[in-house]
Design a protein around this ligand. Sequence first.
Ligand code: FES
Ligand code: FES
Length: 153
Amino acid sequence: MKSISFILNGEPVVVNAYPIERLLDVLRTRFSLTSIKEGCGEGECGACAVFLNGELVTSCLIPIGQVAGQRIDTLESHRYQKIKERLEKAFLVHNASQCGFCTPGMMMAALELARKIENPTRQQIKEAISGNLCRCTGYVRIVEAIFEALNKE
Ligand code: FES
Ligand code: FES
C-alpha cells in the first residue's frame, strides 16, 4: 500500500491504497462518492465519469496511482451546484431518469458540454452523450432534459 495524495472536489485528501486500485473503487468505497457507478467496467458506458484535471474520464480505467498530485472532481462537487440544480429539475420534469443508474454519468457529460458550448443544439447534446449508455429510458427524454437545462431562455 502507498499513501496517495490528491485534490478531491476542491479539498486535499490522502488515501492508503495499492496504486493499481481503480479510481472508481477508491472514490466509492473510501470517500462514499456514490454518484459514480460501475456499469461496464471497461470504459464503454460512461457511468463512472469524473473530471481529472478538468477532463472527462472514465474512472474504471484509471489506477489511483495515476491520480497522485492531480485534481479530481465528481458530480458531488459544489463547483457545479447551479447547473446541477437545473439538470436535476429538467430530468425530473422530463422523466429522463428511470432506474437513474446512468443519470450521474449523463449529467457529467452535460457539465462538460456546458463548459464548452453555450446553448447547445440537440445534435450537439447527442454527440456529447454518445459515450453514455442508458438501458432504461432511451435517449429522447435525456436529450430534452439536457437541452432544457443548458439552454437559457
Ligand atoms: S463503468 Fe466505467 S465506463 Fe462503464
Ligand atoms: S435510467 Fe436506467 S440506465 Fe438510464
